[in-house]
Design a protein around this ligand. Structure first.
Ligand code: DGL
Length: 272
């Protein structure tokens, strides 16, 4: 028995955790932010895999039976190898799920023009995971991508609302929309980006929907737990959350509390 593990390179996964807790308030969660080594988005495939596997093992060692990679970069670059190769060597009965699949399954239904845009890290964009996955569920949809390499560092360092921060965001959003004037849906393909969602919504044309993944991931997780009672039965349910960070506890507690609107007290850990 144990909590559900939620992993991100930093603060972004908190945006997913918030929506999962809203939908599944009875479950316990263990959040791990590898803030000291964020951003992952510009790192190589091998390093993202190595860091993500270390985090997954840590969450398994602390009793998690199910881990959500609440990070698109890790889902794009490490999930498949972990699911297909690593799991059987470490904990064959445990499960690791990602965040890309849920939104790609429904994106076709959200767009009326059949033109969708993805804002994501360089790693997620270069993996092509979004166009590949969307192509499976909605082959007629045209997918445009824009890498936003400055956004995660700006959010991790709390500089996203400065004038310079807004300029970077505006430039990347404009570059995405310039690729096709009929784009009517933008997926925030990085779990950090909901933190700047209001600003993005304020600068796009009115007909463009800006979609964060949290609610979609939460709904799919509930569905997964309903279909897999072998997991829902071994997840503890006291409505508790514990936070781990590789950064200093004080730094994490201050920033995380402002993102999730409640005071938290995390534990500092070392990975690797
Ligand atoms: N939240 C991560 C994602 O969804 C950010 C990755 C990074 O650290 O660059 O991609």
């Amino acid at each position: 028995m144990g909590p559900i593990g939620v992993f991100d390179s930093g603060y972004g996964g908190l945006t997913i955790l918030r929506d999962i807790r809203e939908r599944l308030p009875e479950y316990d969660f263990l959040y791990l932010g590898d803030n000291a080594r964020a951003p992952y988005g510009t790192r190589s495939f091998d390093i993202v895999h190595e860091f993500t596997l270390e985090a997954v093992k840590e969450l398994f060692d602390r009793g998690c039976e199910l881990v959500i990679l609440a990070c698109n970069t890790a889902s794009a670059k490490a999930l498949r190898t972990i699911q297909q190769e690593d799991l059987k060597n470490i904990e064959g009965n445990k499960r690791v799920l990602g965040v890309i699949r849920p939104s790609t399954e429904i994106i076709g239904d959200l767009s009326t023009t059949g033109r969708v845009g993805i804002l994501a890290t360089e790693g997620t964009v270069s993996s092509n995971s979004y166009p590949i996955e969307i192509g499976k569920f909605s082959p007629e949809t045209k997918v445009y991508q824009q890498a936003c390499p400055m956004w995660v560092p700006m959010i991790e360092s709390n500089k996203y609302s400065s004038e310079a921060g807004k300029k970077f965001i505006r430039e990347d959003v404009e570059s995405l929309l310039a690729q096709d004037e009929d784009i009517d849906v933008i997926i925030l393909g990085c779990t950090h980006y909901p933190i700047v969602k209001d600003f993005i919504s304020s600068i796009v044309p009115e007909n463009v929907k800006v979609i964060a993944q949290g609610k979609i991931v939460a709904e799919r997780l509930e569905d997964y737990l309903n279909r897999h009672s072998e997991f829902s039965e071994i997840c503890t349910k006291n409505g508790e959350v514990h936070y781990l960070t590789t950064e200093s506890k004080e730094e994490f507690d201050g920033n995380a509390s402002s993102y999730i609107g409640e005071t938290i007290s995390s534990e500092h850990i070392k990975l690797g």
